[in-house]
Design a protein around this ligand. Structure first.
Ligand code: HEM
Length: 473
């Protein structure tokens, strides 16, 4: 049978790890010039077939369940972090139902309650954080390190909204350190060697157990007090998590699911808000246009923002959309091939045991689909509205008709993200708060940083600082 062309490499097994790992987009592009949209490369013992472009996205993300498996690709990395019985440590039909349970918590009525909570968390954070007011409410200007601030702000707002007051309170104690330990066991190194015997791995394992036990204790406590009043994901699971075949999720599984959900939204959202703030630092005109949009929608005296206000701020939402176009947090989505898989429209067959890889970020920076793709220009989305069908990117539980969209920062098909709407609420509220409170710029002489591909999500390289000034103290 015909195999796709293979990217040349000197060292067997190791393969193209360095060039792919250093800059996957450069790697994808250079090899696309040689081979076209479909080719194979070797990555540390795995044989990966890339399928680029909207067609490739569709091929990988909407492949049949009997042909490809996400859990075979992700299990070893994620299970020691999330824990057993959930996400990629269970059959796919279980994951589909777990996502449905999560989805039923992520509704508009829930989001309405989340916006004021996020506002409160942001204010509390600014006041306390040394990156912002550092306890002095009259501080008028300072230099803030975004890759310190935004991950903290993300986890405080996500835990408070998605998991409730009791869990949020734990982040003021030891919980943040434990999540740090989980992070440090969720690296490209652990993708290759999931159980590599180094301190980070042992700490990851210990932290998983402690964090999971903490969720279980909170669950027991809520039951004891019969307090399920908050609109959070934990309560939704406690009410609804019974699979179609009558099997009930255990407390341990519900606990582990919470880790998966918080981790799924943590680095992705923190990276996105950081990139957005950096671009707005470089484009003061856009930032001021966002300020005017807030005044138009909320009124001159800028009362607290609501969920409905956010829906009426197209420029703000386009700014998030544009940030995700240029900086999708996940550059490679992988599946392991379960039975020999022909690639439609080509002569190629990918054999069982190999992997297929979608890189939705590639068409997002291709001039074939986006004019001047290297320019950060949110207003392009107002013009493009009818050209790109954004809704056509798949539903959670049904296999969608097509993922042939050039814009898929949240993936497509059965593994599509459940957190998109929440991410827009969280990012929109946080960015709107910054726009109201501050003007900000990049430190003298610096531009928007280049991407850094050395962790699991695409982050801006350091320094990620801004100089902020209060609009009024
Ligand atoms: C899946 C991106 C935020 C939970 C995915 C996938 C992508 C993605 C690309 C598909 C992965 C694949 O096909 O291999 C993003 C981005 C985010 C974001 C760009 C923010 C800007 C969130 C949030 C949550 C979340 C906030 C939780 C509330 C999930 C879950 C899955 C998923 C549960 C399903 C995994 C699966 O079915 O295999 N996300 N995500 N994500 N995401 Fe997100």
């Amino acid at each position: 049978p015909n195999r796709p062309p293979v990217v040349f490499h000197w060292i067997p097994v190791f393969g193209s790890a360095v060039s792919y790992g250093m800059d996957p987009y450069k790697f994808f592009e250079e090899n696309r010039k040689k081979f076209g949209d479909v080719y194979t490369f070797v990555l540390l013992g795995r044989t990966m077939t890339v399928a680029l472009g909207p067609q490739g996205n569709d091929f990988v993300l909407n492949a049949k369940l009997s042909d490809v498996s996400a859990e075979d690709a992700y299990h070893d990395l994620t299970t020691p972090v999330f824990g057993n019985g959930v996400i990629y440590d269970c059959p796919n039909h279980r994951l589909m139902e777990q996502k449905k349970f999560a989805k039923s918590a992520l509704t508009v009525p829930a989001f309405r309650t989340y916006v004021p909570i996020i506002i409160e968390e942001v204010r509390k954070y600014w006041l306390k954080s040394p990156q912002f007011f550092g306890g002095n409410p009259n501080r008028a200007s300072a230099n803030a390190h975004l890759m310190t601030a935004m991950p903290e702000l993300t986890i405080f707002t996500a835990s408070r909204t998605l998991q409730g007051k009791d869990i949020r309170a734990k982040f003021d104690e030891s919980f943040a350190d434990l999540y740090h330990d989980l992070d440090r066991g969720f690296t490209p190194l652990h993708f290759v060697f999931p159980h590599i015997p180094i301190p980070a791995t042992f700490r990851r394992n210990a932290a998983q157990k402690k964090v999971s036990d903490t969720y279980m204790a909170v669950i027991r406590d809520r039951r004891q007090r019969s307090d399920f009043s908050e609109f959070d994901v934990i309560n939704t699971f406690l009410k609804e998590a019974i699979y179609k075949d009558g099997v009930r999720m255990t407390d341990r599984e519900i606990a582990n699911m919470q880790i998966g959900i918080l981790m799924g939204g943590q680095h992705t959202s923190a990276a996105t808000s950081t990139w957005a703030l950096l671009h707005l630092a470089a484009d003061t005109e856009l930032r001021e246009a966002l300020y005017r949009e807030q005044i138009e929608v909320c009124g001159e005296d800028l009362p607290d923002l609501t969920y409905e206000n956010l829906q009426n701020m197209p420029l703000l939402n386009y700014t998030i959309r544009e940030t995700l176009r240029m900086h999708p947090p996940l550059h490679s989505l992988m599946r392991r091939v379960r039975s020999d898989l022909a690639i439609e429209g080509t002569r190629y067959v990918v054999p069982k045991g190999h992997y297929v890889l979608a890189a939705p970020g590639v068409p997002m920076i291709d001039s074939k689909y986006f004019k001047e793709p290297a320019t950060f220009r949110p207003s392009r989305w107002a013009e493009a509205k009818n050209e790109i069908n954004l809704e056509d990117s798949g539903e959670v539980t049904t296999v969608s008709k097509g993922a042939k969209s050039p814009y898929l920062p949240f993936g497509a098909g059965r593994h599509r993200c459940v957190g998109e709407q929440f991410a827009y609420v969280q990012l929109g509220t946080i960015l709107a708060m910054f726009v109201r409170e501050f003007t900000w710029t990049l430190p003298d002489g610096s531009g928007v940083p280049k991407p850094d591909y050395s962790s699991m999500v695409t982050l801006p390289s350091e320094p990620t600082n801004i100089i902020w000034t209060r609009r009024k103290v």
